[in-house]
Design a protein around this ligand. Structure first.
Ligand code: SAH
Length: 256
C-alpha cells in the first residue's frame, strides 16, 4: 500500500525568510514534491530527497493539475505561492482544477497554508494605511476583461475605499496602471497619498509615498504593490529626510 498523498498550497510570504509562518515552513518540510514558479521554489529551504518541479509563471491551471496528479499518485505535494496562496495566486487554480477534474481529486487531502500577503507587508512598512475599509484589485486583465477591472476600480474609488492594486504593470500589460491612476485622479483629491511598495521584504525593497498628482506608472514594476489612499488617509510628516507615516483612521469625524 502506498502512503496517502496530500496537497498543501503554501504561502511563502512576500520574501523575508522570517515572514514565512512556522506552519508554512512545516508544510514545505513535510513535502516529497514541491511544485511552483522557479523563483518561489528557490525560496523554500532545501530538504534532502525532496523533488522540485519548476514551471513558468503563466499556466496556473496546468500546474495545478500536475500537482493534483502527483498527490493522486500518493506523493506529498506542496504547491508554493508568493505572499498568500489565496490572494491572486495558486489556491484558486487548484480548486478550479478540482472542480473540473476527475471525481477522485475531490477526496484528496487538500489544505491551504496562509501567508503574509503583499498588501499587508506594504502597509506595515508605512504605518497603517489599511486602518479603514479597503479593497484589493488585480490590474491584470489576462484573466478578466479590462472593462471589469475599470468598473470595479471606479466603484471602489467611488465608495472611498483604500485601494490596493496587485499586478499593476508588466511588459505584457504596460498601460493599465497609467489608466488606473488617471481614473483615480478623476475621483480622488490630488493630495491623496499613493504608496508604491516594491519588493517588500527583499533586498531590493523600495518604498515611495507620493501625492496622487505626482503618482506615475513609472514608479511601479511587476514586483510593486500600489496603495491608493481614501479621502480619510493622512500623512504624518517627520523630520527632514525621514519618510512620513501614512495611516487611515478608523473613526470618521466624531472623536472621543
Ligand atoms: N499571492 C501574492 C500576490 C500574487 S499577484 C500575495 O499574496 O502577495 C503578484 C503581485 O503581488 C505583484 O505584481 C505585486 O503587485 C504583488 N507582490 C507580490 N510580492 C510582493 C512584494 N514582496 N512586494 C510588493 N508587491 C508584491
Amino acid at each position: 500500500m502506498t502512503a496517502p498523498g496530500f496537497l498543501t498550497v503554501v504561502g511563502l510570504g512576500p520574501g523575508k525568510a522570517d515572514w514565512l509562518t512556522p506552519a508554512a515552513a512545516a508544510a514545505l518540510a513535510a513535502a516529497s514534491d514541491l511544485v511552483g514558479y522557479g523563483p518561489y521554489l528557490a525560496r523554500a529551504p532545501e530538504v534532502p530527497g525532496q523533488r522540485r518541479h519548476a514551471s513558468d509563471n503563466r499556466v496556473e491551471l496546468d500546474r495545478a493539475r500536475f500537482a493534483l496528479d502527483l498527490a493522486a499518485e500518493g506523493r506529498q505535494v506542496a504547491v508554493v505561492s508568493g505572499g498568500d496562496p489565496g490572494v491572486f495566486a495558486m489556491a484558486a487554480a487548484v480548486f478550479e482544477a478540482i472542480e473540473s477534474g476527475p471525481a477522485a481529486w475531490r477526496d484528496l487531502d487538500i489544505r491551504v497554508e496562509p501567508g503574509v500577503t503583499a498588501m499587508l507587508a506594504a502597509a506595515a512598512r508605512v504605518g497603517a494605511p489599511l486602518g479603514g475599509d479597503f479593497c484589493a484589485l488585480s490590474l491584470s486583465d489576462n484573466l478578466k476583461p479590462w472593462e471589469v477591472v475599470e468598473a470595479r476600480l471606479r466603484a471602489a474609488l467611488g465608495a472611498d475605499f483604500v485601494v490596493a492594486l496587485y499586478n499593476p504593470i508588466s511588459s505584457a500589460r504596460p498601460w493599465q496602471l497609467g489608466a488606473a491612476l488617471a481614473i483615480a485622479a478623476e475621483l480622488r483629491d490630488p493630495d491623496t497619498p499613493v504608496i508604491f511598495a516594491r519588493a517588500v521584504g527583499r533586498t531590493d525593497e523600495r518604498i515611495a509615498i507620493l501625492p496622487l498628482s505626482e503618482a506615475r506608472d513609472a514608479a511601479a514594476d511587476m514586483a510593486t504593490l500600489v496603495l491608493i489612499g481614501a479621502s480619510t488617509t493622512r500623512r504624518i510628516e517627520r523630520k527632514a529626510g525621514a519618510d512620513p507615516f501614512v495611516y487611515t483612521p478608523r473613526s470618521y469625524g466624531k472623536r472621543a
